[in-house]
Design a protein. Structure first.
Length: 90
């Protein structure tokens, strides 16, 4: 992690919670990469479990879930989510 990324996390994360979703895309990507670490590669998660993990970081879990998918950090199919590089069902 670079010092710039550490600064972004220090600005937007307090006690493991995301206090604000950054507007700037580059900062948002730092936050999204931090959030995706809550999910193990190769594991399929039902939507309610994804929501719960993200809700622990910020109440706007639906936006965070959407941002993770839009950024390509998570994939979804039929209400099941996984980190890319891992095919569903594997």
């Amino acid at each position: 992690m670079t010092s710039d990324e550490e600064k972004v996390l220090a600005t937007f994360v307090r006690d493991g919670c995301l206090v604000q979703i950054p507007a700037r895309q580059s900062k948002k990507l730092v936050i999204l990469r931090w959030l995706v670490e809550r999910f193990e590669p190769g594991v399929r998660y039902p939507e309610h479990e994804v929501n719960e993990k993200l809700r622990q970081a910020n109440p706007d879990y639906a936006a965070l879930r959407r941002y993770l998918v839009d950024a390509g950090l998570m994939q979804r199919e039929g209400g099941v989510y996984w980190r890319p590089g891992e095919a569903p069902g594997e």
